[in-house]
Design a protein around this ligand. Structure first.
Ligand code: G4P
Length: 529
């Protein structure tokens, strides 16, 4: 198979949802279709359980397990599918944001009863910002839930999407009869038998055929015809082009638990989802089919064994091929590195591979060379656009609790920040260090890891911050900016990239500041033009 064919057959994507919407179940069913796993339950272990929220050791252990399943790859209809695992747990949302920089498309799972939930809103917003093609899967149709049209409205309004249904449910919950597949023009009747791997479908080009009554009864048949008419009237026809541009999102309905509607989703996904896309570097647009390797680090996973401080850096290949033992340029460090045992990921295991293609993820053993966002090339000085930081939700001063171990502490903090565990801010006024995290849990994780991996001790002190905003002065020399800096000095800090950050202590003070200094722009992510 040629280089271009290898690229064309790859589909690298992520599944995002609010916890409990069914992401794990859906992932598992997709793997079953690919023959990558033999039984349900195999992926489940990977999930960070709700019950573990107060037990961070348990979470770390589970994160350990999740190394192997960070990328789940399988072949389906000759396509190489890479699912990048995104932790649903809200405390690890940063991990998910970063993983989204490495996907070429996304499937959004929504619970039919709960509708659009908070975590989904946040994640979809990131995808929208990046024009990532999205397919929506409305799950748990075997349960009583919201009306399909109401849900489609909710998805449009809350997620800011322009949807068009490609399948439509026939009944719901107790009355759930099946799904009409608008994309393939057939009907799939629900039997409630989760053991069945592939359901029987009945071709139905003409929805007006009296046969429909035979299968689903008169009432449901009439209702379906009415609903489809409404779909035709209200929603635009599906356009692959719009989907790929990120301006239209097809919607499927199903029940992951019962393996219902999943094959339809997968088959359509294979057809329409993009193969690896060109990616913007600071210098230029890089096409996937360029000969030379380029790739970037989107995730770093710490080794679970404290005696070995090596880590696994996950590289998304953007262009060219990644070959074992070939020297590549680590652009930020301006140094050539060779990798003798790059890992590729399969359903539940990783293996050393000789060659990987655009869209693939390679895991590289690292002793501290890599940071999230680092670029590898064959010599070109390219920098993939940074992975944005988002405002953390929790902030605390971090203090050194053992003066003899200051060096270890700072090294530990530095490396944990490179891994993306949390964000570090240094206050302008007094150089004190503030850690910002997405979830309160990370503080415990950091404290534990500093002690066990670096031999350093820390304590925390509360620091009330409502939001961190990245400051874009527009004009560094303006009087307005000078005054802003003077008046707000107490609230200003530098992030790790030496970007100026305003730590607003309340929503009110943020609004007042924005009003008072309209030309000093405050951004909620670190990435802005
Ligand atoms: P997540 O990864 O998005 O957090 O969700 P996950 O797949 O773990 O699913 C959350 C719960 O929803 C699970 O139940 C799962 O069995 C259930 N579920 C997933 N898809 C469907 C569906 O199509 N229909 C119905 N009725 N339920 C579904 P649980 O009780 O929390 O876990 P478990 O004890 O079954 O493992």
């Amino acid at each position: 198979m040629g280089f271009r064919d290898e690229i064309e057959r790859r589909r690298t994507f992520g599944i995002i949802s609010h916890p409990d919407a069914g992401k794990t179940t859906l992932t598992e069913k997709l793997l079953l279709f690919g023959g990558a796993i033999q039984e349900a339950g195999a992926v489940k272990n990977n999930k960070i359980k709700k019950s573990a929220t107060s037990d961070f050791m348990e979470i770390e252990k589970q994160r350990g397990i999740s190394v192997a399943t960070s990328v789940l790859a399988f072949i389906y209809r000759d396509k190489k599918i890479n699912i990048l695992d995104t932790p649903g747990h809200k405390d690890f949302a940063e991990d998910t944001f970063r993983t989204l920089t490495a996907v070429d498309s996304v499937i959004v799972v929504v619970d039919v009863a709960k509708g659009v939930e908070e975590q989904t809103e946040k994640l979809v917003e990131v995808c929208r910002m990046r024009n990532i093609p999205m397919i929506v899967f409305i799950n748990k149709l075997d349960r009583e839930g919201k009306d399909a049209f109401d849900l489609l409205d909710e998805v449009e309004q809350k997620l800011g999407l322009s949807v068009t249904p490609l399948s439509f449910p026939i009944g719901m919950g107790y009355d759930f009869k099946g799904i009409y597949n608008i994309y393939e023009k057939n009907i799939n009747l629900f039997s409630g038998d989760s053991k069945k791997n592939i359901e029987d479908t009945i071709a139905f080009d003409d929805i007006n055929s009296p046969q429909l009554e035979e299968f689903i009864g008169e009432k449901a048949a009439n209702e379906l015809r009415e609903n489809l008419e409404l779909v035709n009237g209200v929603y635009p026809p599906f356009s692959t082009e719009d989907y790929l541009k990120g301006t239209q999102q097809p919607v499927f309905f199903g029940s992951a638990l019962n393996n219902f509607g999943v094959r339809e989703l997968l088959d359509c996904f294979i057809d329409i989802a993009p193969s690896p896309r060109a990616k913007m570097a600071e210098e230029r647009l890089v096409q996937a089919d360029e000969k030379n390797l380029t790739g970037f680090v989107f995730k770093i996973h710490a080794n679970m064994d404290p005696k070995h401080r090596d880590r696994l850096a996950f590289i998304k290949i953007v262009s060219g091929t990644f070959e074992r033992n070939k020297p590549y340029l680590h652009v930020r460090q301006n140094k050539k590195l060779k990798f003798s045992s790059p890992n590729a990921f399969f359903a539940e295991k990783k293996e050393i591979v000789d060659i990987s293609y655009p869209g693939d993820i390679v895991g590289l053993h690292d002793t501290g060379n890599f940071k999230i966002g680092d670029t590898l090339t064959e010599g070109e000085l390219l920098h993939y656009k940074g992975i944005p930081n988002f405002s953390p939700e929790h902030f605390r001063y971090i203090n050194n609790a053992d003066p003899m171990k200051a060096k270890q502490l700072y090294k530990g903090i530095d490396q944990l920040m490179d891994e993306g565990v949390a964000q570090l801010f240094t206050l302008e006024m007094n150089n004190r260090k503030v850690i910002g995290t997405v979830g309160a849990l990370q503080f415990e994780v950091i404290q534990y890891r500093l002690e066990h991996e670096y031999g350093a001790k820390c304590t925390y002190e509360n620091f009330p911050v409502y939001k961190a905003c990245w400051v874009d002065p527009q004009d560094n020399n303006s009087e307005e900016f000078k005054e802003f800096k003077r008046v707000k000095q107490k609230f200003l800090a530098m992030d790790k990239r030496k970007q100026l950050v305003f730590l607003a202590d309340s929503q009110f003070s943020l609004q007042m500041t924005q009003q008072k200094y309209p030309n000093v722009k405050l951004h909620f992510t670190s990435e802005f033009d």
